[in-house]
Design a protein around this ligand. Structure first.
Ligand SMILES: O=C(O)CCC(=O)C(=O)O
Ligand SMILES: [Fe+2]
Length: 208
């Protein structure tokens, strides 16, 4: 969470596998939402970033906005339930998330969405992951960030202060409880020179 220094330091420890999720710090938010944050969760995150950048079949998407078709400002890849993830480190990450969160979530994470923010002009607008059950039920979305840190913002839907976490280099954030329906999140455009970042979102079935 604190950027290049911490990312590189943890990369040098030679540990194998994700750090224990028991050390994630939980912050309870308004309306029954919460976030868990664990900086430097994945050792070797900078190498993982390079591999994902090179091997994932990144797609550009466009979306209709009123009467215009606009490019989505980031590249995407989606791994459906049951499909092989693009890197063995992501299998380990998913297994660790399942082992830690299944008692609370009552189901495993099933899908992995990947976003590539090529530079500070790429972004995602304010939204909740509300396609499917996230609109009506408590759930979890776990996001692993690799590459250069970008700010992930969270704000309550009904107004209130915005929370910011700078995430990259193997950091983990898990959004839980009512977070997808009572809060919104965004990765705003950045005027500062921002290097590329990849996020991997693990979600349960029928949450998107
Ligand atoms: O890149 C991120 O950390 C957030 C991505 C996101 O919110 C989404 O794809 O729904
Ligand atoms: Fe999202």
């Amino acid at each position: 969470m604190t950027g290049v220094f911490q990312g590189s330091l943890l990369d040098c420890t030679g540990e194998d596998g994700p750090r224990p999720l028991g050390s994630a710090r939980r912050t309870r938010l308004a309306h029954g939402a919460w976030i868990d944050v664990l900086p430097g969760w994945i050792p070797g995150a900078d190498a993982l970033f390079e591999r994902l950048l090179a091997t994932v079949p990144w797609r550009a998407e466009s979306r209709r906005m009123y009467d215009k078709v606009v490019d989505v400002p980031r590249l995407l890849a989606f791994y459906e339930e049951g499909s092989a993830l693009p890197d063995p480190v992501l299998d380990k990450a998913k297994a660790a998330l399942d082992a830690h969160y299944t008692p609370e979530l009552s189901e495993p994470f099933r899908t992995a969405g990947l976003c590539l923010y090529r530079d500070g002009r790429d972004s995602v607008a304010w939204h909740g992951d509300q396609i499917g059950r996230g609109a009506t039920e408590d759930t979890m979305v776990a996001i692993l960030s690799v590459g250069a840190p970008r700010s992930l913002l969270l704000r309550p839907r009904d107004g209130g202060e915005t929370i910011r976490h700078d995430l990259g280099h193997g950091d983990l954030i898990v959004m839980g409880g009512s977070c997808q329906r009572t809060w919104e999140h965004a990765i705003p455009k950045s005027g500062r020179a921002a290097g590329p970042r990849i996020s991997v979102q693990f979600r349960p079935r029928d949450v998107r």
